[in-house]
Write a protein that binds this ligand. Structure first.
Ligand SMILES: CC(=O)N[C@H]1[C@@H](OP(=O)(O)OP(=O)(O)OC[C@H]2O[C@@H](n3ccc(=O)[nH]c3=O)[C@H](O)[C@@H]2O)O[C@H](CO)[C@@H](O)[C@@H]1O
Ligand SMILES: C=C(OP(=O)(O)O)C(=O)O
Length: 421
């Protein structure tokens, strides 16, 4: 298992290129199952989750071609030869459930392993299944698999999500594109990644209205065709590096990012004392004064994203005064707290809220990554801490961040990947 060795205490200065969004690329890759024609995607991040999705699509029968000159340009093509998504791949990555809607819509049947819970919560898929049932699917669970059928094809329907789910919205949109008639989705998620998915589907010939709102109307078509699409920038990677500028008291230009897709993260940065300047095709972030404690509550977009919660926790651990972070999306997303406390932070958890009492400085320590974003919160703490931090289990980080050590080193960080043979 590789680890990162970080020697902290240096402000970061420089430019960081923000990659394509993992959470947009994964559902958009599943769209390749909706057509036999080529779907050509640019700005696909080079991360483990994308490789897992490639492996899944390949075993469904798709051919994957990597562009020789651009590792972020991948083309998917082919017909579905196998309608089963096996446990050994789905268990690696929850987003695998996103093949369910497209395969069912194309083939009238699909068998997809239940993803199971993960470190941050139980994460059931009941809303995915209920929404597909509203489109006429018949679903049973057998031996850990979702077995879905629609012998006469899916038909349009109306579904009100009882609460917002990103993945269930995506699965249902993709299925509805090939259903007969009109589908109406209410209380749908409206994350920028869903808008990117809708843009790609429209480029493939889908008829979707209401992009960016919680009320979507999808008129099914008989066929979708191939398309070219460039994946939206990763607003979570962008917010993460903005926290790196903030926590080290430096200045970073985040290239490829757009302030308009950042939701309430920008306001939270500014409130905490981090300056943010929109530029053409970039965002400049810097901190010259002290950090201030703030209160945050995670919410669906445009509220504060749960995927930025751990990184802000690290930032706020050295801010003046007290902060409170309330996590409303996942029931177990504070696993970074004991690790941050081992580095000198003063954080107490009470139910779904964490109280952070700012300290003057953190000190390096051996710490353990527990999930993707928690991993980066410990890198951020390590960058600000005095002394050496050894971050273990960075395979969590490799799921969703590309070239972390190169990007940070180029801006003055001392971070080294120690490979374990
Ligand atoms: C690949 C991807 O895009 N992942 C993101 C996606 O995950 P994901 O799509 O899994 O998250 P959801 O929006 O579906 O989950 C929100 C909440 O709803 C619950 N729920 C969800 C579906 C369901 O059928 N039943 C149910 O109870 C979940 O357990 C969670 O408590 O959105 C999350 C919330 O912004 C992000 O943290 C993830 O990074
Ligand atoms: C929780 C995340 O991803 P996933 O839904 O793929 O587990 C994340 O990106 O922070």
């Amino acid at each position: 298992m590789d680890r990162f060795l970080i020697r902290g205490g240096r402000p970061l200065y420089g430019d960081i290129v923000i990659g394509g969004a993992k959470n947009a690329a994964l559902p958009i890759m599943a769209c390749a199952l909706l057509t036999p024609e080529p779907l050509s995607l640019r700005n696909v991040p080079s991360i483990v989750d994308i490789r897992t999705m490639c492996a899944l699509l390949q075993q469904h029968g798709l051919t994957i071609t990597y562009n020789d000159k651009d590792p972020h340009h991948i083309t998917f093509q082919g017909d579905i030869a196998n309608t089963e998504a096996p446990y050994n791949i789905v268990s690696k990555m929850r987003a695998s459930i996103l093949v369910l809607g497209p395969i069912l819509a194309r083939c009238g049947k699909a068998k997809v392993s239940l993803p199971g819970g993960c470190a941050i919560g139980t994460r059931p898929v009941n809303l995915h299944l209920d929404a597909l049932k509203a489109l006429g699917a018949e679903i049973e669970i057998n031996q850990g698999y979702v077995i879905a059928t629609a012998p006469k094809g899916l038909r349009g329907g109306r579904f009100v999500f009882p609460f917002v789910s990103v993945g269930a919205t995506e699965n249902t949109i993709m299925a509805a594109c090939l259903a007969k008639g009109r589908t109406e989705l209410l209380n749908a998620a409206r994350e920028p990644e869903i808008c990117d998915l809708i843009d790609c589907l429209i480029a493939m010939g889908a008829k979707i209205e209401g992009k960016g709102t919680s009320h979507l109307i999808i008129d099914g078509v008989d066929h979708l065709h191939g398309a070219e699409h460039s994946i939206l920038f990763d607003r979570i990677e962008c917010g993460t590096y903005a926290c790196a500028a903030g926590i080290t008291g430096g200045e970073l230009r985040l290239i490829g990012a757009d302030i308009h897709a950042m939701g309430s993260v920008i306001h939270a940065l500014e409130e905490a004392g981090v300056e943010v300047f929109p530029e053409k095709n970039a965002i400049l972030v810097r901190r010259t004064g002290d950090l201030r404690g703030i209160d945050i509550m995670t919410e669906p977009y445009p509220g504060f994203p749960t995927d930025m919660q751990a990184q802000f926790m690290a930032l706020l651990s050295i801010s003046e005064g007290a902060s409170m972070i309330t996590e409303t999306i996942f029931e177990n997303r504070f696993m970074h707290v004991p690790e941050l406390n081992r580095m000198g932070a003063r954080i107490n958890v009470h139910g779904s809220s964490a109280i952070i009492r700012g300290v003057h400085s953190l000190s390096g320590a051996p710490v353990m990554a527990t999930d993707l974003r928690a991993s980066f919160s410990l890198i951020l703490a390590g960058l600000a801490a005095a002394g050496e931090t050894s971050l273990n289990r960075i395979y969590h980080l490799d799921r969703g961040y590309e070239a972390v050590d190169q990007k940070l080193s180029a801006c003055g960080a001392q971070i080294e990947r120690i490979k374990t043979k």
